[in-house]
Design a protein around this ligand. Sequence first.
Ligand code: NDP
Length: 334
Amino acid sequence: ASSDKKLGIALVGLGSYSTYQLAPALQDTQHCYLAGIVTGTPNKKQIWKEKYAIPEKNCYDYENFDSIKNNPDIDIVYVVLPNSMHADFCIRAAKAGKHVICEKPMAMNVEECDAILAACKKAKVKLGMGYRLHSEPYTQEIKRLIKEKTFGEVRYVNAEAAYYSGGNPNQWRLNKALSGGGALVNMGVYSIQSLIYGTGENPIAVCAQEYSTRPEYFKDTDETITAQFKFKSGAVGHMMTSHNINANKLHVNCSNGWFVLEPANNYGPLSGITSNGTKFNFPHESQQKLQMDDFAKHVLYNAPNLAPGEMGRRDMVIVEAIYRSIAKGGSWQV
Ligand code: NDP
């Protein structure tokens, strides 16, 4: 492959994330570009076609989507739909022979994650998660400090990913049939991710609690969840996620010091400091740009897949264990 080859990405679902983050980022990517769209809203199709010079033949709706298999302009399908639609569209994309990026959370449950993984394996296509922070330099610095044991062994990690939700109570995120859950599947996935890259290992057990202060608003989905993670090394972790609190942090406590990212999981720039007083200082670039270029490099040049589908499945195993702990009490192995 020549180094100036750019892969064509089709965004599926032109909601706020596609509109305000992914499409603008795709104007700056070096290894991929916005080649097509899949939308159920005809007037969005007109607006996007004009704004991004997308040819009619690269525009699809949810019904004719499968014919994308005959379109050589599209190399990667990026699924940016409500969570209940992820599995269906990832599997259809794989069957169409396209590489797949799936937004978080991967699906509604582990069973659906397995179906996505199997479909991508069968079709021999690559699968990446929309976990943008793995391409982000402050997060990569955290991973480096842990890998190199710069501050010794990790003993305790605290991760918070939460925001106050007060908007339309009928939004899909608050509808369990469309979201699969509340704060946990939306923001909680970031704190699960933080606890794992903040220790460098997967948990072996979780114990969780749920809190509700506005049941009239959160009729169908969880509002605030805390959970404790146990790791094989002896490290322990605590996470908090919420649709009722604003919080955004990762604190890693080691045997010889600590480091913090705050904010830790928004679109950046992030901010970090260590117990030495050293402030992290990296140039800010669009996380989405870095993420999509990293995935394109994986497809083009077999560069590492920084957020593979298996990672999305792993997080869903933890999500299910957290909900099980809340429903039945006690600590659950993962
Ligand atoms: P939005 O509600 O803004 O957009 C979702 C889009 O999906 C809609 O605009 C619509 O697009 C399409 N859609 C199809 N069927 C439905 C339906 N029944 N109800 C609602 N929308 C429908 O959501 P977001 O863009 O915020 O989120 C989309 C996905 O991206 C989610 O999985 C979310 O978790 C993830 N996300 C990830 C982020 C990250 O940082 N990685 C940040 C934000 C979201 P159309 O009109 O084109 O058919």
